[in-house]
Design a protein around this ligand. Sequence first.
Ligand code: NAD
Length: 433
Amino acid sequence: MNKLAVIGAGYVGLVTGICLASCGHDVTCMDIDECKIDQLKAGRLPLFEPGLQELHDTNTAKGRLSFTTNPEQAVQHAEGVFIAVGTPPRKDGGADLSYIHNAIQSIAPFLQKDSVIIMKSTVPVGTHADVKKLLDRTAGHPVRLVSNPEFLREGSAVNDFFYSDRIVIGSNDPSPASFVEQLYHSIPSPVIHTDPQTAEMIKYSSNAFLAAKISFINEMAALCEAEGADISMVAAGMGMDKRIGEHFLKAGIGYGGSCFPKDTTALLYSAAQQNITVPLLSSIHEVNRRQPRVFIKKVLDRFGSIEGKKAAVLGLTFKPNTDDLRRSPSREIINLLVEEGAMVTGYDPVVSVSGKRVWQIPLAQTMEEALTGADLAVICTEWKEIIDFPLHCYPLYMKEANIFDGRNCYPVSQARGLPLFYSSVGRPVYKGI
Ligand code: NAD
């Protein structure tokens, strides 16, 4: 058992802190957001992540988990300190490292001499060396720093922590690297030891490759539409080839969230700084950027004008099983619908019940409520609740059942014989009305 601190109690920090407590460590999570920490102290998670609340409750009851806004209290006895603050994009596309710098400056004066700082945040290649200098200077003594990028997926983050495909540990010094490895001793994942810059690059390359798969299948989907082929079957056929793999071959309105968009643009920025041309990377980003607009064109082609039409947008989060709205393609879809004069009502299984007001549109409390009287429905997130909502029920609620499925939630064959119009991504359109 080790005494650990996690700086930043967001999606990555909270999952890391709570799961490390489950591994038997004594963890203090620290955040500058007082509201978040107050909520956590009161026993409520400030975010939605399946399975995390239960782990939080168990470990808090066992006295292994505590929360604070005080950096000194968090790190003064910690043998290991994880940094998990945000690295959002700057206007120029580069990663904004100010949260990292502020976090380092706030904890450095209180660190133990031999504690290990573990970088979980996604930081551009070369950041390790700069952060090490800042740490040493602010702490007044050499500090051991290890890169340990995070690969969890929101929505399955707890499972991803305990069954990670790999644990990457980047350090030029074997001693702190083995300290970090033993923190994960109860997790049966392969461990890769590298130098820090390689660890940082593994993270960016992985996200860029996954984003590439999504943009690739979206480009193929456009060709399928033109040729009358079915992208779902194409993806299934491709995915059976082990060299390709079935994951991340789902055509749709594009990727979003806090990672892929920002990490691909940060990599583009780094490449530009190094004077390296990366046409493939630029295309991944470009294909994704235009995807919502390409999809809304289908709506406009169907209606001509949607001025005054009632539109239900189903699913707001960037993917299912999270409450994360950051860079969700649904936002661009809503903006485009509103720009074209539609009256938009949103529904999302998690966001609707949170009582949040999202992007200035009214939220319905149920899917039925969102659909009632609507001229068109646009599916933006493949929540199970939406997949389970029978296609034949849309005409019962809508004024006219024009369904634009941006996540291919239903087999096209299900639409056959129903009084509805069903258009999805890369598959034949069904015109039952
Ligand atoms: P987040 O915005 O959910 O959480 C960041 C937290 O850090 C916030 O609660 C914020 O209040 C806190 N914070 C900011 N400055 C602080 C400071 N000085 N001291 C203490 N706390 C501070 O971000 P996230 O999604 O958890 O991402 C964190 C990092 O992990 C990013 O670099 C991201 O790219 C990376 N990452 C994210 C995911 C993901 O799915 N969200 C997956 C892998 C890696």
